[in-house]
Design a protein around this ligand. Sequence first.
Ligand code: FAD
Length: 466
Amino acid sequence: MPPAADQGASRRTVLRAAGLTALLGATGVTRAAAAEPAEAGGHDVIVIGAGFAGVTAARELSRGGLRPLVLEAQGRIGGRTYTAEFAGEKVELGGAWFDEGHPHAWKELLHYGQQRTVDQAPEVAFFPAEQGYRAYAPAEGFGRLAELVTPVFDGSKEYFPRPLDPFAREDLVGPLDRTTLIERIDALNLAPVDRAWVTGNLGGLSGGSARGSLTQMAQWWALSDWNYDKFSSATSSRLVHGTAAFIEAMLADADADLRLNSPVTRIEDNGSHVRVTTRRGTTYRARAAVVAVPVNVWNRITFAPGLPAEYRRLAEETVAVPSAKKIWLHLRSDQGLFYAAGAEGVPGIGDVIPTQRLGDGHLAYAFSTDPALDVTDRAQIQASLRRWAPDTEVLAVRGHDWGNDPYARGGWTYKRPGQLTGPLRAVQRPVGRLSFAGSDIALGWSGWVDGAIESGLRAAGQVLGR
Ligand SMILES: Cc1cc2nc3c(=O)[nH]c(=O)nc-3n(C[C@H](O)[C@H](O)[C@H](O)COP(=O)(O)OP(=O)(O)OC[C@H]3O[C@@H](n4cnc5c(N)ncnc54)[C@H](O)[C@@H]3O)c2cc1C
């Protein structure tokens, strides 16, 4: 029997309830969830997590004739994509940029008619100098950066000849996968300033060049046609109506029921069916489940029986950058639209990328992996920005601290050494009646929305093929 509150409810009714709940915020409950009986059946598959991986899986499952129920912990869908309003504009607090080279995401956003736009180019770019920072004309600065970064990936055409299949030359990738990014950079014996440029550019992306693997970045490089311009332009095109509109369109295309504010605490596979229990104590029952929550939160859920060793290893090591933060800035500065890159490990924000002029100043965003940075602290952020542009006034900030988000516990995926050739393939396989999805465990564009979609397609295929 479907849950009482769902009987006769159209897909649109459920979505409308979900939208209302999103407006009420994370403490609200969906009308449907509030009226759940102690154990609810009526769905073929339970999808846990409504990020792009979970929503893709739900849509595919419904296309395949199954009836999915999506349980989402928060009061909104989208997970590590998060469209918000700031300074009168739509901004993305998580994933934002898409590129033609992202095969799954590009296909979907064309299918759902998602319009794209590009940001305004910077007028000046600051990079590390022997003392502090120096301003460059952007073409000169980025040209030099390209020359410095490219040799890090020498040999990647050989070891990643087919970038969507990172194991095509596992004989070459295996030994390299033990290397951290900083070990590779240091093997280049760069002058201190050049090293600061390279670690500043790649270190932040990797969540720390001593933490992250060479192979993760090298695979992104290979996926970008082994070319710096494409590598950097993977972050140039964003969606006019936001990632929220994109994922809503995908979900609306699925004949799936959605329960927001339903954090799952226990998943039990008894061999003939799966029982999924939420924090409020509601239990749902189905023939299979797709677990589409970030790897960094796997060990916040009790699995019965327990997960195999490779799953536990990945969850304990963490995959997504544990202290990732993204901050939107409303700035006023005599420098105009300035780009700035910090040396790796500088306190506060690591880099600043402008996007557009506003009536009063301009809009920019910044990343940080500094655990001590408070994304709401305008004064702290202004102080760290002034290392590049001392006249800069921060009028307002809006950020998200992904490491302290209980349903992410990390930002974008960046694997540690050994994770690609170690547990990755094992965790892509189903465990009994459970399939796993998420950009963290994707094969290609892991760390991107594309990887989330890729993994959602795979997980749904596993359930449908069972
Ligand atoms: C700051 C930042 C910038 C990024 N920039 C880009 C970019 O420019 N381009 C790009 O393509 N990608 C980017 N990414 C990566 C991209 O956003 C992610 O790879 C992608 O959104 C992950 O999707 P997912 O479905 O795998 O996981 P998630 O989006 O994390 O979805 C998992 C869902 O599970 C839910 N959940 C967690 N625990 C539970 C539970 N116990 N019960 C029920 N639900 C639960 C979460 O609330 C969430 O909704 C960025 C990410 C970050 C953080």
